[in-house]
Design a protein around this ligand. Structure first.
Ligand SMILES: Nc1ncnc2c1ncn2[C@@H]1O[C@H](COP(=O)(O)OP(=O)(O)OP(=O)(O)O)[C@@H](O)[C@H]1O
Length: 296
């Protein structure tokens, strides 16, 4: 990689690129540890980038990517870099593109993990503000991890009206302060997409999409009947009509899953989505053409 200049790390290959940076798989020269390094490519966003690292550091969760270190001045160019634990697997966006809608138990497993990650972030006073399938990484062993705190903020902080339009809650469109309820809305939009294979609102133009998020009825009839109340609750237009917090939502999600799919819903979800000890026997898994499969 020609323009690589992060001291102490050697670039291997690019993992992804975003609006203001790119993420590179690298090895730490001291011990060969493989990490993901997010480099800032737009020097104008230096302060936001440093804040992203601070917010990431504040959150401790098995469902949120861990910060390894923040490098303030990388090499001659002096651009900063966020060094993170390396996650393997695929983004939920890639999984949905390859498989379409997931079976409900698998969608609920994912949703539960996302809510756990958000709950841990909220407890640390951090709101993600960009929960979407491309920011959810699914590991080879079925781990679920939230990445990209690029537009995250502190609870109650004044926040610009930025994020990803297809998942943005009404109050984020209106530039209201960052709140945990906004993350619950975005996470519910992700659950909706996992259950149906498409987003809750599909407006072609930004203004049309904004109007749908602000005023259109929640399309709950498109999901299985026993889960409709979760969609209505999470996608409520007013933050105060949504679950009180992620923990509340988690509790109702688990009981809805049990009522609808039985005591062993998790087992069915895991078997559909990743490897799982099925009927007491451990099976090996493999990932082929975007599908998880179990080897006998
Ligand atoms: N810790 C990680 N381990 C492995 N891959 C990662 C990691 N973090 C990010 N990625 C990959 O890099 C991509 C971009 O990461 P991220 O969303 O943080 O960057 P970004 O520049 O903010 O992108 P965007 O503007 O699209 O949101 C992710 O979708 C994912 O595929």
């Amino acid at each position: 990689m020609d323009d690589w200049d992060v001291p102490g790390y050697t670039a291997v290959r690019e993992l992804g690129a975003g609006a203001f940076g790119r993420v590179v798989l690298a090895t730490r020269n001291a011990d060969g540890r493989r990490v993901a390094v997010k480099c800032l490519t737009d020097a104008g966003h230096r302060e936001e980038f440093a804040e992203e690292a601070r917010l990431l550091e504040a959150v401790r969760s098995r469902h949120v990517v861990r910060l390894v270190e923040y490098i303030d001045h990388a090499g001659d160019v002096g651009s900063p870099a966020i060094v993170m634990e390396l996650l393997s697997g695929r983004t939920l966006k890639e999984v949905l593109a390859a498989r379409g809608a997931l079976r409900p138990e698998a969608a609920l497993m994912l949703f539960r993990a996302i809510l756990r990650g958000l709950s841990d972030a909220h407890r640390a006073g951090v709101v993600h503000r960009d929960c979407k399938p491309s920011n959810v990484l699914i590991g080879e062993r079925g781990s679920v991890t939230l990445v990209d705190f690029g537009v995250a903020g502190r609870v109650g902080e004044e926040a610009a009206s930025i994020g990803t339009p297809a998942y943005m809650p009404p109050e984020q469109w209106q530039g209201m302060p960052a709140s945990p309820a906004g993350d619950l809305y975005a996470a519910t939009a992700v659950l909706f997409e996992c259950l149906t294979g498409h987003r809750p609102y599909e407006g072609r133009y930004l203004m049309h999409l904004a109007a749908q998020h602000l005023h259109a009825p929640v399309p709950d009839e498109e999901v299985p009947e026993p889960l409709r109340h979760l969609i209505r609750w999470g996608l409520a237009k007013l933050p105060e009509d949504r679950p009180r917090d992620a923990a509340d939502f988690l509790a109702e999600t688990e009981s809805a899953a049990r009522r609808a799919y039985g005591r062993f819903w998790e087992r069915k979800g895991r078997a559909a989505f990743a490897d799982a000890p099925v009927r007491g026997r451990l099976r090996t898994r493999f990932f082929l053409n975007g599908h998880w499969a179990l080897a006998a």
